[in-house]
Each structure stands twice: as structure tokens, then as C-alpha cells.
Design a protein around this ligand. Structure first.
Ligand code: IPM
Ligand code: MG
Length: 359
């Protein structure tokens, strides 16, 4: 291997456990490179509270430039209690919103599946969650998160929810394309009995559905959706929704899998570029103790390989390595049964790499 790298990956470890889990994900990426003969060049950048500490702002221009020159971005987590003051003008979380907007990451994919070996880890009854396999497709650069005007205030505050038909159609196409590769069912979630944006959303999704006659479409109001997700999670395949409802529903669906420490995500732009991160946050309470679960970050690497680099076999190898490690009974504390032995963050990363090498 020499000359041009095959792929350039921007790595933004961020805050709290972000650095620890990302280090294990990088190890997995390097192991994939070795086994399959790819040259990955990993370049680090600052983001979130770590960037505020070092550069005075959550999303420095150098970080954006690094991301723009990469084939994909691997992010750890942002958020630091030191910067928690909701009145502060700069907050670590702004980096995420900035990255999404600046990089055009309009499609957020949050798959949730329940490993047989982990069905007991969910707070719901195992027979209820077993076999759950769904994906939340969340619109990520529109809606109330980015609407203008917007006003902070003590007596009155204002947020604006805006969706254009084009934005709805764009994310709907992503949802239907994904459904085609899965069980061919889309559940579109809105609040059409109250919100004008949802009354735009629903017919726009129906129009897109006409291009995918082989995919079933149903609509659910968001309040009902929260209920059905807990009562019959197995019935869902693709959940297609807007920015804020997707934020809320994806936290809810993560509970099905037992631990946030298991779940990866992808935020995709047009084309192949994307940002990949575990859905969990920076977890400052357990940071620096080598006990965080790195599997969500490692599984985010699998999504990166699949979507941005089009390396499907490599992506599967990572996912199979994770499944093998879980089947063999290895657990970080978040997914361990009480009183059972646990492995550290780094040990879990090493186990995945061993499984990758022998898989
Ligand atoms: C998420 C997070 C973010 C969001 C926050 C940290 C801005 O909750 O990625 O789901 O609300 O989108
Ligand atoms: Mg969220």
C-alpha cells in the first residue's frame, strides 16, 4: 500500500466518553483496513466542549474544513456539564447542529435491533422486544430545530416550525429506498390533526409513495406512535418523521435495545458523504473510567463503511464481529446482568478486533 490513501476519515472524538469509545472504533477501522487491504487515513479534529476549551468555540472553522475534505466523519459525543448553563451563548451541542446544517446532513438513520443475547437487557419483557428490527429515518436539517424567526425571552419566546414540500419529499425518498432493502413498510409519523407542517408532510409523503408501489405506507400521529412503539415494536420497519419527532422517538426506540450503548447512527448528505456517531451522549458521569460501551461507536463504523465507502462486506464483518462477541457472553457494565463479570471499554474493543481477525 502506498501513494494516495483509499479513504480519508475525519475523527471528532468530542467530550466525555466520546474519546474512549472513538478510540475503540478507530481500532476496529484499522483492523478492517488490515484485513481487507484498505488504507484509511484518520485525521482528528476538535468539536463540542473540547473545542470550546481549546479554541473558544464548539465548531471551529478548521474542524468544518477537515470534515469537508474527508470521505466521512466519525464523531464521538458532545456535551460537558461545565458548559451546561442554558443561558450561555455558546454550548457544545451547537456543534452538532452546525455540522448537520453546514454539511447538509439531512437524513438521520437510527437503526434499532434487539440482539437475541441482549433481549433480557431491555426494561420491557423479552418476549415483547425480541425480534424487533426497525429504523428511524429522521429529517435532520429542517423543522422547528432550524426555523426562523426565533426569539429567546423571559416573558415570551418564539420558535418556528417550517417544512417545505421539497424537504419532505427528499427525506421521504430516503425512507422508501431504505424500506425496499428491508421489509417494505414505511410508517410516517406526524401530528396532522394539529400542525400545518404535518398537513404538508402527509400528502407529500403520499405522493412520494406512488414511486414505490411495492412499499406499504401507513400514517401514525406522534402521540399514538409513542404508544404503539412500546406495545408492538416488532410491527415497525421504517419510521419516517421530522426533526423533533424523530429526536424524541429515537430515544424511545433505543430503550427497546436495552442500552443506548449499543446503537449507532448515520447522518447523511446527498451522495455518499455522512457523519457517523453513537446515539448516546458524552455520559460525563462515567467518563475516563474505561467502562463505557464502545459497541455503538464500533457499529457506527460499520454504517460508515456501508454508506459512505460502499464497503458492504467490510461493514458486515464488523457487525458480525460484534454479534460474535456478544454471543460469547462478553459484556460492558451497561448490558451486563447484575453480578456477572464485565469487560472494560478497551477489552471490548480488543475482543471485537480479535473476532474480526478470525471471522
Ligand atoms: C440527538 C440529540 C441532539 C438533537 C441534541 C444534542 C442537539 O438529542 O442527536 O438526538 O436534539 O438532535
Ligand atoms: Mg436526541
Amino acid at each position: 500500500m502506498s501513494g494516495q490513501p483509499d479513504f480519508r476519515i475525519a475523527v471528532l472524538p468530542g467530550d466525555g466518553i466520546g474519546a474512549e469509545v472513538t478510540a475503540e472504533a478507530e481500532k476496529a477501522l484499522r483492523a478492517v483496513g488490515q484485513r481487507y487491504g484498505h488504507q484509511f487515513v484518520l485525521e482528528h479534529g476538535l468539536v463540542g466542549g473540547a473545542a470550546m476549551d481549546a479554541a473558544g468555540e464548539p465548531l471551529p472553522a478548521a474542524t468544518l474544513a477537515l470534515c469537508n475534505s474527508a470521505d466521512a466523519v466519525l464523531l464521538g459525543a458532545v456535551g460537558d456539564p461545565k458548559y451546561d448553563d442554558p443561558k450561555a451563548s455558546a454550548r457544545p451541542e451547537q456543534a452538532l447542529l452546525g455540522l448537520r446544517k453546514e454539511l447538509g446532513l439531512f437524513a438521520n438513520l437510527r437503526p434499532v435491533w434487539v440482539y437475541r443475547a441482549l433481549a433480557e437487557a431491555s426494561p420491557l419483557r423479552p418476549e415483547l422486544v425480541e425480534g424487533t428490527d426497525l429504523i428511524v429515518v429522521r429529517e435532520l436539517t429542517g423543522g422547528i430545530y432550524f426555523g426562523r424567526p426565533r426569539k429567546e425571552g423571559e416573558e415570551q419566546a418564539l420558535d418556528t416550525m417550517v417544512y417545505t414540500r421539497a424537504e419532505v419529499e427528499r427525506i421521504a425518498h430516503v425512507g422508501f429506498r431504505i424500506a425496499r432493502e428491508r421489509r417494505r413498510k414505511v410508517t410516517s409519523v406526524d401530528k396532522a390533526n394539529v400542525l400545518a407542517c404535518s398537513r404538508l408532510w402527509r400528502p407529500a409523503v403520499e405522493a412520494v409513495a406512488e414511486d414505490y408501489p411495492d412499499v406499504e405506507l401507513e400514517h401514525l400521529l406522534v402521540d399514538a406512535a409513542t404508544m404503539h412503539l412500546i406495545k408492538r415494536p416488532r410491527d415497525f420497519d421504517v419510521i419516517l418523521t421530522g426533526n423533533m419527532f424523530g429526536d424524541i422517538l429515537s430515544d424511545e426506540t433505543s430503550v427497546l435495545a436495552g442500552s443506548m450503548g449499543m446503537l449507532p447512527s448515520a447522518s447523511l448528505a446527498d451522495g455518499r458523504f455522512g457523519l457517523y456517531e453513537p446515539i448516546h451522549g458524552s455520559a460525563p458521569d462515567i467518563a475516563g473510567q474505561d467502562i463505557a460501551n464502545p459497541l455503538a461507536s464500533i457499529l457506527s463504523v460499520a454504517m460508515l463503511l456501508r454508506h459512505s465507502l460502499e464497503l458492504e462486506a467490510e461493514a458486515r464483518a464488523v457487525e458480525e464481529a460484534v454479534a460474535a462477541v456478544l454471543e460469547a457472553g462478553h459484556r460492558t457494565p451497561d448490558i451486563a446482568e447484575a453480578g456477572r463479570p464485565v469487560v472494560t471499554t478497551r477489552q471490548m474493543g480488543d475482543l471485537v478486533i480479535e473476532a474480526l481477525a478470525s471471522g
